[in-house]
Design a protein around this ligand. Structure first.
Ligand SMILES: *Cc1c(COP(=O)(O)O)cnc(C)c1O
Length: 399
């Protein structure tokens, strides 16, 4: 890609260059500057690279307005490595977690706890519904040995925005603490670190900060992390040890993804230029609104009620029309420059469209136009879902 060819709209990629937009929740479409930042090799022990690490750790705390009570510990690997590291470091043989799940990422947390041999109970809300404060209260009253509540902020498998403030309020009132998988939400969904009480939150480089994949990070309450020495079952995924080592040496404990880290610093600078959480939230929300209203006009229906629709990713039901074929739809969208994402629902067919990444309203209008043209190619006249999908949704919503 030539720099001169980059759309002047401050580094938004130009679809005319033939690089498809990733309408997926990470890896996602990144700015030219972020890619360009990777054109240099770094020594991980060198002072210049250590300064970059220090800078991203500080900027992440600043953007959360959490510098007083929290510390930032980056961890190599994809987001799941950081979730596993957080769980292994903050939970131990004498804790019991209450996992709130409503999709694939909640299930992954349960699976991780099985591997780690940490005690837990779970509330499973299926694919469509948010866990609520009163359910958490009842679960803790029924089982007072619960010490931690674990929640996914935006469950990316459906796009549902879970009510973490409500859950944190109950958890704190009952004297328990919370761990948050905010992978696909942090940086775009506002969260008040001074009001919402939790011990640790995890996210990664390739979600709402719009970096490339390669590491995640845990924002941990200093006081809580200080008590976690010796908890971890793992040599490399020990957040406490990584933290102590970074504080002492300024270096990562084992080889860091140097190019990803430098690209992430550039992504953070662009993030600040855009106006931080507010700027990003507004752009993503506009992306979602344009997408949802345009797709609804074609007959598509969203899985979720407007109230629970996050500005991160939206799930649509596949149309009932027998001429609709998801694979052809996918290829048609790809030919027009957009990579969409298959659905993850168990009962009915669906697909997902991400609203995050280096894209704006103009791009989303083109996404809707591409969907219209692809449906026309397939001979689908109306994108309305099968009655079964709507019945299923209504049943669950009324429960
Ligand atoms: C992306 C994501 C993860 C991590 O997935 P990786 O593929 O390991 O990066 C975890 N939780 C949620 C909610 C996510 O959106």
């Amino acid at each position: 890609m030539l720099k001169e060819a980059v759309s002047e709209m401050n580094s938004f990629p130009d679809p005319a260059l033939g690089e498809p937009f990733l309408l997926t929740p990470g890896p996602l479409t990144t700015a030219y500057e972020v890619k360009e930042a990777m054109l240099k090799d770094w020594g991980s022990w060198d002072g210049d690279f250590r300064a970059i690490t220090a800078s991203i750790r500080q900027k992440l705390l600043q953007l959360a307005d959490a510098e007083d009570e929290f510390v930032c510990v980056p961890m190599q690997g994809s987001g799941t490595f950081s979730v596993e590291a957080m769980l292994g470091t903050f939970l131990s043989w004498n804790t019991k977690a209450l996992v709130l799940l409503n999709g694939a990422y909640g299930k992954r947390i349960v699976e991780t706890l099985e591997y780690l041999g940490r005690d837990y109970v779970a509330i499973d809300k299926g694919d469509y519904l948010p866990p609520r404060g009163e359910e958490v209260e009842a679960a803790i009253e029924a089982d007072p040995s619960i010490t931690h509540v674990i929640v996914v902020h935006v469950e990316t498998s459906s796009g549902i925005l879970n009510p973490i403030e409500e859950i944190a309020e109950v958890t704190e009132r009952l004297g328990r603490t919370m761990l948050i998988d905010s992978m696909s939400a942090f940086g775009a969904m506002p969260i008040d670190f001074k009001k919402v009480r939790f011990d640790a939150l995890v996210s990664s480089a390739n979600k709402c900060i719009e970096g490339v994949p390669g590491f995640g990070f845990v924002l941990a309450r200093r006081e809580a992390l200080e008590a976690c020495d010796g908890n971890s079952h793992s040599l490399s995924l020990d957040i406490y040890k990584q933290w102590i080592h970074m504080e002492k040496t300024g270096q990562w404990r084992f080889t860091p993804p140097t190019h990803t880290v430098t690209a992430f610093l550039t992504a953070l600078e662009l993030y600040e230029q855009e106006g931080g959480v507010e700027g990003r939230y507004n752009r993503y929300r506009t992306n979602r609104d344009t997408l949802v209203s345009g797709m609804r006009a074609l007959g598509f229906e969203t899985l979720l009620d407007d109230r629970w629709l996050s500005p991160i990713i939206v799930t649509f039901f596949c149309p009932a029309d027998p001429s609709f074929d998801f694979n052809r739809f996918y290829e048609g969208m790809k030919d027009r420059g957009f990579i969409i994402y298959p659905g993850k629902l168990t009962v009915v067919d669906s697909f997902r469209v991400g609203c995050i990444g280096r894209m704006d309203n103009d791009i989303m209008e083109r996404v809707v136009e591409a969907a219209r043209a692809t449906l026309a190619d397939m001979g689908v006249e109306n994108a309305a879902p099968p009655a079964l999908a709507l019945e299923e949704r209504a049943k669950l919503l009324n429960k």
